[in-house]
Ligand binder design. Structure first.
Ligand code: UT7
Length: 319
């Protein structure tokens, strides 16, 4: 039987950092409000002209090297992004060309902040079906491009970045269980309504969010999805060594950690330094936890995403 396991991780953050104090010069906010309500202290912002595929390329290079592979070993590319370089072709195709490889399937997944979890669950099915041996799975976002810098309710929350993994065919299980969900009835609570129409941008091109509604739905969705994958794998919540949820708000992350009955030391949190990087947040946090030596062979890791759509999902894996 073939399973899939993560063989390498990588990430990339743009150089420029925007602190809460920098933002308080732009809108009526404060470091005290942002850090106490969200846990965010700073975020990275892509340089002028730096695109999702550029961030993805750096993260991909690092993940491929970390897996002990070369780009030509990759036989599937899935990029989760809400901020693609172009309407089409996909950012995955653009990344493929930047990596200097051709031929393997490459496509984008659009599930906003749940995007990486959707992409990884999809790649797992490809690998287990024998259709791919070394899948490159990424979350890459230049989300700050969607922000209305005069809207303090959203512009303080998000940042840019990319995270990548190589998911490899293996005789031993890495990914133990995955569950994905969506409920399009909630599309309006977190969205960018604008689109390209006959040569013009039609509608509002900025992120709009009903933060309170998203907050409440997120806490419940994350707790439910965690229970589902733990049940499917027959693993108890207390056996989760590392919990890596979408990094949107420390209060949501800590509330879910408490609901799962996990000690807070098992929560991996990078939200203070990265802000909410949408689809990139989970692989960015995973790469940090792997590279700083926290995540060790044989440990259980729970990944979770939640966001626009409304979408949510969880993946339980053994490292
Ligand atoms: O990645 C997708 C998932 N997204 C999320 O998970 C986001 C979920 N939601 C949240 O994280 C929180 O709802 C927010 C951080 C967005 C907001 O926190 P909150 O504790 O729910 O605050 P609130 O929206 O209830 O606003 C409280 C007050 C309001 O003022 P009044 O009406 O009480 O006078 C806001 O106008 O805080 C005000 N406010 C701000 N004040 C200073 C809103 N944004 C700011 C700001 N600085 N940046």
């Amino acid at each position: 039987m073939t399973f899939s396991r993560i063989a390498g991780t990588g990430s990339y953050l743009p150089e420029k950092i925007l602190t809460n104090d920098d933002l308080s010069a732009l809108v009526d906010t404060s470091d005290e409000w942002i850090s106490s309500r969200t846990g965010i202290r700073q975020r990275h912002v892509a340089a002028e002209g730096e695109l999702a595929s550029d961030l993805a390329y750096e993260a991909a290079r690092r993940a491929i090297e970390n897996a002990g592979l070369v780009p030509t070993d990759i036989d599937l590319i899935i990029v989760a992004t809400t901020t693609p370089d172009m309407v089409f072709p996909s950012t995955a195709c653009i990344l493929q060309a930047k990596l200097g490889i051709a031929g393997c399937p490459a496509f984008d997944v659009q599930a906003v902040c749940t995007g990486f979890v959707y992409a990884l669950a999809t790649a797992d099915l490809y690998v287990r079906a024998g259709k791919a041996k070394n899948a490159l799975v990424l979350g890459s976002e230049v989300f700050t491009r969607l922000l209305d810098w005069s809207d303090r309710a959203t512009c303080v929350l998000f940042g840019d970045g990319a995270g990548a993994v190589v998911l490899q065919a293996s005789p031993e299980p890495g990914i133990l269980a995955s569950r994905l969900h969506a409920d399009g009835a909630h599309a309006g609570i977190l969205c960018v309504r604008g689109n390209v129409d006959r040569g013009s941008l039609l509608g509002d091109p900025f992120v709009r969010m009903d933060g309170n509604t998203v907050f409440k739905l997120a806490v419940k969705a994350l707790a439910d999805a965690a229970e589902e994958v733990l049940g499917e794998a027959g693993v108890s919540a207390s056996s989760v060594d590392w919990f890596i949820p979408h990094q949107a708000n420390i209060r949501i992350m800590e509330a879910t950690t408490r609901r799962l009955g996990l000690p807070k030391e098992r929560l991996v949190s990078t939200v203070a330094l990265h802000g909410n990087t949408s689809a990139a947040s989970v692989p960015l946090a995973l790469d940090e936890a792997v590279r700083n030596g926290s995540v060790k062979r044989g440990q259980h890791v729970l990944l979770e995403g939640v966001g626009g759509g409304f979408t949510w999902g969880a993946i339980l894996l053994k490292w």
